[in-house]
Ligand binder design. Structure first.
Ligand SMILES: NC(=O)c1ccc[n+]([C@@H]2O[C@H](COP(=O)([O-])OP(=O)(O)OC[C@H]3O[C@@H](n4cnc5c(N)ncnc54)[C@H](OP(=O)(O)O)[C@@H]3O)[C@@H](O)[C@H]2O)c1
Length: 369
């Protein structure tokens, strides 16, 4: 393939998602140049010793206006408010943006207000640009021509991929909120030091946060409505676990009373496998775990469900399924790497779509353990 190589900038490259973007993009055959940007850090090798032999060097944020001339795409690995302000400046120069924050994820102000409790300020340049949500698997056409792609939240990606196939069928009671419990590694908290997320406080411990309403809840509601045409309320419960990276998500879904006796685990697995049919390659990063139950009831068959270690370092979302017929509840258990499929991997998948590269370039499907 004769493809023009591109140059990319990464703002917030000293952070967790920025570091992961550097790591993956260094192996990208169509990325000729990476400019990592930090406001104050000088020594790239010191902040990312795992990438010490890459020869990458930080540029400062003050140098950005000059550097922009040579860039095709900028990744924003910054907080929402900073992303918002930076995007306005960069869009004026007609450079493509992939934003990892939640600044541009919402289309409908009702959901934005539900997530933030206030409305976003407006800027003229934004109304003139094509901004789209970057759930790669479901939005390729818009991503292809977008000026700015809003990369989804890490919990939102896992939840939406886990829910769409079953929501497309008329099986679930949607009159009560859907309960989602998710445990994320401590990298999900960002690299800004906080005593609660220190080693001493997270080792052999778990930290719950945002139980009053996580901002990814309204994001999941808005996108599920757009894709599955179903209105649902999301009760998202999140914690940090005693590990660095990875999301372990469990979802409980109440089956409609008249269907409780008619369905079983195999039928639900088939719904997922048919939906995420691998033949057309659209869903290459979504895997359905279809391990057969071999043990007796109450024996612990761990192999039926995905683990975080199955997906670390990969761009995969691995989905396991079970059904408790006695109460009519479907259980969806999914795992993904918050820094890859939940952030840098999806961002690169979106960049690959935007620039016409093979969608899996620089993204791996095989885990390290
Ligand atoms: N961590 C995750 O699992 C995850 C997953 C999906 C999405 N996200 C989203 O991705 C974004 C980045 O997350 P992260 O975890 O990588 O954060 P992080 O580890 O805290 O890194 C953010 C970096 O942004 C830079 N920065 C801070 N304020 C800035 C400003 N005003 N202007 C320019 N740069 C600034 C800082 O670098 P310097 O001090 O060196 O400039 C910092 O290292 C956030 O919006 C987050 O919500 C995170």
């Amino acid at each position: 393939m004769n493809v023009k190589k591109i140059s990319v900038g990464i703002i917030g490259a000293s952070g967790f998602t920025g570091s992961e973007l550097c790591r993956l993009l260094l192996e990208h055959k169509y990325v000729a140049k990476i400019i990592p940007i930090s406001r104050e850090r000088k020594n790239f090798n010191r902040s990312h010793p795992n990438l010490a032999y890459s020869n990458l060097k930080y540029s400062t944020l003050n140098e950005l206006p000059n550097k922009l001339k040579s860039l095709d795409c900028v990744f924003l690995c910054t907080k929402s408010e900073d992303s918002y302000n930076l995007a306005i400046k960069i869009l004026k120069k007609n450079i493509k943006i992939i934003d990892l924050s939640s600044a541009f994820r919402f289309e409908n102000i009702t959901y934005f207000k539900k997530a933030y409790g206030q409305l976003q300020k407006k800027n003229n340049i934004l109304s003139k640009k094509k901004i789209t949500y970057g759930l790669s698997e479901f939005n390729r056409n818009k991503i292809l021509s977008a000026d700015l792609v809003a990369n989804p939240g890490c919990y939102a990606i896992a939840a939406i991929l886990s829910l769409i196939p079953i929501l497309k069928k008329n099986i679930i009671h949607l009159n009560l909120p859907i309960n989602i419990n998710a445990i994320n590694g401590t990298t999900g908290a960002g690299n800004n030091p906080k005593i609660q997320v220190s080693h001493a406080n997270t080792t052999e411990n778990m930290l719950t946060y945002n139980a009053e309403g996580h901002r990814h809840g309204p994001e999941i509601e808005e996108k599920l409505k757009a894709i599955s045409k179903k209105n649902c309320l999301i009760d998202l419960n999140t914690s940090h676990g005693n590990f660095r990276r990875g999301i372990h998500m469990r979802i409980s879904l109440n089956v409609k009373s008249n269907l409780i006796k008619k369905i079983n685990r195999d039928k639900i697995i088939k719904i997922y496998k048919d939906f995420y049919n691998k033949k057309n390659n659209n869903f290459q990063f979504i895997q359905i775990l279809d391990t057969k139950r071999t043990l007796k009831k109450n024996e612990k068959d761990y192999d039926l469900y995905p683990s975080i270690t199955n997906v670390i370092g990969t761009n995969n979302c691995l989905i396991g399924i079970d059904y408790d017929k006695s109460i009519g509840v479907i259980k969806i258990i999914s795992t993904s790497d918050n820094l890859v499929k939940g952030a840098a991997g999806s961002a690169i998948q979106n960049m690959n779509i935007m620039f016409g590269f093979e969608e899996d370039t620089a993204l791996t499907k095989y885990g390290i353990f």
